[in-house]
Structure formats: C-alpha cells, structure tokens
Design a protein around this ligand. Sequence first.
Ligand SMILES: Cc1cc2nc3c(=O)[nH]c(=O)nc-3n(C[C@H](O)[C@H](O)[C@H](O)COP(=O)(O)OP(=O)(O)OC[C@H]3O[C@@H](n4cnc5c(N)ncnc54)[C@H](O)[C@@H]3O)c2cc1C
Length: 410
Amino acid sequence: METTTVDVLVIGAGPAGTLAASIINKGGLKVRIVEKEKFPRFVIGESLLPRCMEALEEAGFLEAVKAQGFQEKFGAKFVRGDEVCDFNFTEQFTQGWNWTWQVPRGEFDLTLAREVEKQGVPVDFETAVTDIKFDGTNSVTTIIDKEGKESQIKASFILDASGYGRVIPRLFNLDRPSNLPRRKAFFTHIKDPLRNNYDEPNRITIVVHEQETWIWVIPFSNGLTSVGFVGSPSFYDKCKDLTTEEQLRFLINSEPNIKERFGDKEFMFEPRTLEGYSVTTDKFYGDGYVLTGNVTEFLDPVFSSGVTLAVCSSQLAANLVVKQLKGANVDWEEEYMQPLTSGVDTFRTYVMAWYDGTLQSIFFAKDVKPEFKKQICSVLAGYVWDKNNPFVYRHDRAVKALSNVITKCI
Ligand SMILES: Cc1cc2nc3c(=O)[nH]c(=O)nc-3n(C[C@H](O)[C@H](O)[C@H](O)COP(=O)(O)OP(=O)(O)OC[C@H]3O[C@@H](n4cnc5c(N)ncnc54)[C@H](O)[C@@H]3O)c2cc1C
C-alpha cells in the first residue's frame, strides 16, 4: 500500500482543522489535511463570535474571509414576546474584537481550506480516515479516497478535528454522553426580502418561543437568512403528522416575532434536523494525538460558541504540537485540557442558565447595571478566558447571584 510520511496529520478541513494546519505549517512542520467530504459542503454553525477573530488572524485567514463580503455581526439581540435585550459587542468589558461575521458555512469553510492550501498545506478532499494504529506517539493512519483506493500516512502526531465524525473517540471508545438533556434543532435558509423592515441584519436574533424552546435568526449578506428552532424532541410532536416543510411553516407561523417576516417566504432547502448533538469525550489528548473543535465537546447552539471554541482550541493545540515536535516538553493536562475546559465550563453555565430561565430573568430585567451587562456581553463575545471578568472567573456564582437580586426586586 502507498505510504506517505508527515510530521502532523490533521483529520477534517472544518475551521478547527484548517486553522490548526495553518499554525503547524507556519511552525515549520510538514502537515497534511485529510477531509472526507467534497467542499463546499453543508454544515450548520453560521454565527461566529468576536473571539474567533484572534485565531483567524494568527492563521493569516482574516483577509481572505474579509474578501468574501460576508455579513458583519456586531451583536446579538434576545427577544421574548415584546421584551428585547440587545447586546452590542462594542459595549463589552474585555478588550478585544467587537465584531465578527454571520456566514454560510459551506463558503466560509471553503475559503479557509483554499487559504490553507495557498499557504502550502495539501488537503485531500473526499478522502476519509478509516483506521489508526499508534506505536507510542507515532501512528499509521489508513485512508480511503473516493475511488476506493486505500493508502497510509505515517505521522509523528495526529490532530483530530473531525467534528461530528469524532474519528479518534469512535475508534478508541472515548465517547461519553454530555450532561445536557437531548435537544433537537430544525432549520433551513429562507429568502428574506423584508429583513430591513424588522431588524438590522448586522446582528443575530434569538427569539424565546417557550422557556426551553428558542429560534435563531441569522441574516447573511446574500439575502438569505438562516432560521432554526431548538427544543426538546417532544416539542415537535404537535406537528409530526405534517410534511417536513409544513412542520417548519407551522412552527414559524406559531411565533408572532417571526411569522410576518418568514411565514410565506421561500425555503432554500428542505428543512433539516439535528438531534442529540451534545457529546464529549473522556480526554482531549493522548500519546501522539490531540482532539480539537467539536470532537472535544459540543454543548449547545444558543450562544454560537461552536466555531469559536473550535478555532480557539485548535489555536492552542497547534502551538503546543509545534512546541512538542520541536523538542520541548508539553504538559497537555495543564497547558491544554485545563484552559480549554475552563472556557467550555463558562459557556456550560450560561447554556444551563439559559434553559432553566435564570439567564432569561437577567436578560429581560428592566434595570440591570450597565457594568454587569458589559461583563455578560464579553462572555457572549467569546471572551471566556478573561479571568478579570467576574462573570467568567466566578461564572456560576455571578449568574445565580445577579438573578437572585433581580428576582427579589421584582
Ligand atoms: C443546531 C446547531 C446549530 C449550531 N449553530 C452554531 C452557531 O450559530 N455558531 C457556531 O459557532 N457554532 C454553531 N454550531 C456548532 C458548529 O456546527 C460546530 O461547532 C463547528 O462546525 C465545529 O467545527 P469543527 O471544525 O470542529 O468541525 P466541522 O465543521 O464539523 O468539520 C469537521 C470536518 O471533518 C470531516 N470528517 C469527519 N469524519 C472524517 C473522517 N473519517 N475522515 C476525514 N474527515 C472527516 C467532516 O467532513 C468535516 O468537514 C451549531 C451546532 C448545531 C448542532
């Protein structure tokens, strides 16, 4: 069987994979990406957070993304009935980026993949990893291309950025269930000619439909808007006898905040469903490999944290891979697992507080002190590693304490 040798094999050409490969390549190592799909391919996860811009900048991707003319995003608006809570990233506590983009992911991911190729990293599209054998930190990976031809890649290190493919956790039984309840998302892209009557497109809107069910509205620069419901699987039972398109129309027409804007507008594809997407693994690293992006843990879409955690975990991991392969010692637990987990845990607190209503009581309260709102705004911008922010370093206590004060004042 044909065999090639690289320093680092990256599995997956999503944002986590291309970002990591770029940094490893800049670090002077021989790196190659293997990607199962033909690009552009559809993937959900279209609203970015400002913190991800730092990672895109380090990889040298920013200019290429800017050139695509994607919709700029300056904030997030939360709506419940006629109550509104607006977060503008220019009014945040942490120093950093105050804007980002709303992107159709097929085009965004293709842009990053083309850019990493330009930087000199080969990307094998339509080629899947099927097996990995480790010998200490060295590995031999079997791949299969679209013609069914198998070959092997010898690597000193593997960075698994295979997203929902979860290559290493599946091959080595590392998966474990998330502690979040099972939820189901139901979504499509919709023609949105009325958008300027309702909203400025330069931010996303999250509509609370019922306490545990919400809707995302993410306008793109191409005149389409991504709209999706997220709720418990049983929420959808009320329309289960309808066709897929009728179900989404029924749900859109049952929510006054989006009914007029989207009720009769054209769907660009048959609505899709994703269910039970929250998963995690025992450990994010091992001898000769590290997991980044969605493979580590995907929590929930409500705060658009997925791509940001994907690229930030890759940014951190890729720099550590370079450090290790250049001969320095890396303490993966302390230098990777702990910082990554602390960011994920901050988001976890906000996700849980969103669904149990605590966060909604804060967002829709009339008189939240501007300094608290700024601190929360930084979390929503993805700055979940800023230990100067009390809503980061004491995330659980800060959210509960503020909600208690608000509840007592009502
Ligand atoms: C309903 C829903 C809504 C979401 N909304 C948002 C949002 O608004 N904002 C946000 O930031 N995130 C959102 N996310 C999360 C987002 O989808 C992911 O976090 C993000 O795509 C992770 O990027 P990644 O690079 O880790 O993985 P991916 O983008 O999934 O890329 C992984 C790549 O690996 C490839 N691959 C898989 N298996 C193999 C294999 N065996 N061999 C080779 N290649 C392989 C895949 O083809 C894929 O291209 C949402 C998620 C869900 C479920």
